[in-house]
Unconditional design. Structure first.
Length: 289
């Protein structure tokens, strides 16, 4: 199966849709068992990463062209656009935490686990890191289900802790980097996250990744679904939305923060992609007239 024929989903079985800034979603694998019947074909999520923590049972988990036969406990982290799937036996369940890319970008500074590549781990359940990871994932599931005041702040913090516990599994964590295109695309995304404010030209990314313009563009389109310039624009847009929604900074200040020299040009950039001016979008999101 070619990468172009692998389906994109919001969550498994549901078509892709725009995500709210800071989007988080938590559910169990068994909650969708009537859809997948234990067989989740290769798919990807274009706008969000996922933690999958297997709490019971056994099966086979696949990331790109690698696969693992596991018995619970086991855990994976898969960034957006990474192909994954699984086959499981009866009674096998997991907690699945889906996190929008913009939320992951904010979490990254507080996580010990690098969030630009997929990982998978399984081992003996008595390892203390597994017990701590299980406790945090249960807290995340409960916090999400109860939706109490302030959960928009506590959930990202708990997710950062969970990802850090995954990193602390040490040698049990297996890097699942996959194909050369996938590795190049992840390197590109890592650099875009670091330098989207700096107005790097495409050639600078090519040089930093020691590749050619053709190979970089091919990897970006094949794995991430768009070219380098569009990825840069999408990352700026995500950061603009986050700053508009979660800070009181002026539109002009935000424009400079994300690398625009001209606030008027930033407003045109935002309107072309969102359909509203930045200030109008902020008011609509915050329910202000």
């Amino acid at each position: 199966m070619s990468l172009n024929s692998i389906p994109d989903f919001f969550v498994y079985g549901e078509p892709v849709r725009p995500l709210e800034v800071g989007f988080l979603h938590v559910e169990t694998v068994l909650a969708r068992s009537n859809i997948h019947l234990g067989q989740v074909a290769a798919h990807k999520h274009p706008q969000m990463g996922q933690i999958t923590y297997w709490t019971s049972g056994s099966g086979t988990y696949r990331i790109d062209d690698q696969s693992w036969h596991f018995s619970a406990p086991a855990v994976s982290f898969v960034p957006s656009t990474i192909v994954h799937g699984f086959s499981i036996g009866p009674g096998t369940d997991a907690i699945v935490v889906s996190v929008a890319d913009d939320a992951l970008a904010a979490i990254a500074a507080h996580s010990l686990l690098p969030l630009d590549r997929p990982v998978f781990a399984d081992s003996l359940p008595q390892h203390v890191a597994w017990k701590r990871l299980a406790a945090v994932l249960e807290m995340i599931a409960t916090e999400y289900a109860e939706a109490q005041a302030g959960s928009d702040k506590t959930l990202p913090a708990l997710i950062a802790v969970a990802l850090s516990h995954v990193a602390r599994l040490g040698p049990e964590v297996m890097d699942a980097t996959g194909s050369s295109d996938a590795a190049l695309a992840r390197g590109l995304r890592r650099l875009v996250d670091a330098h989207f404010r700096d107005n790097w030209p495409v050639d600078r990314y090519v040089e930093a990744l020691a590749t050619t313009p053709h190979l970089l563009d091919k990897a970006a389109h094949r794995v991430l679904g768009s070219g380098v310039k569009r990825l840069m624009g999408e990352r700026r847009l995500l950061e603009a939305k986050r700053l508009l929604l979660f800070t009181v900074r002026t539109v002009e200040d935000i424009a400079y923060e994300i690398g625009f020299d001209d606030p008027a040009y930033f407003s045109r950039f935002f309107r072309e992609r969102v359909g509203q001016a930045p200030a109008a979008w902020r008011r609509a999101q915050l329910g202000q007239s």
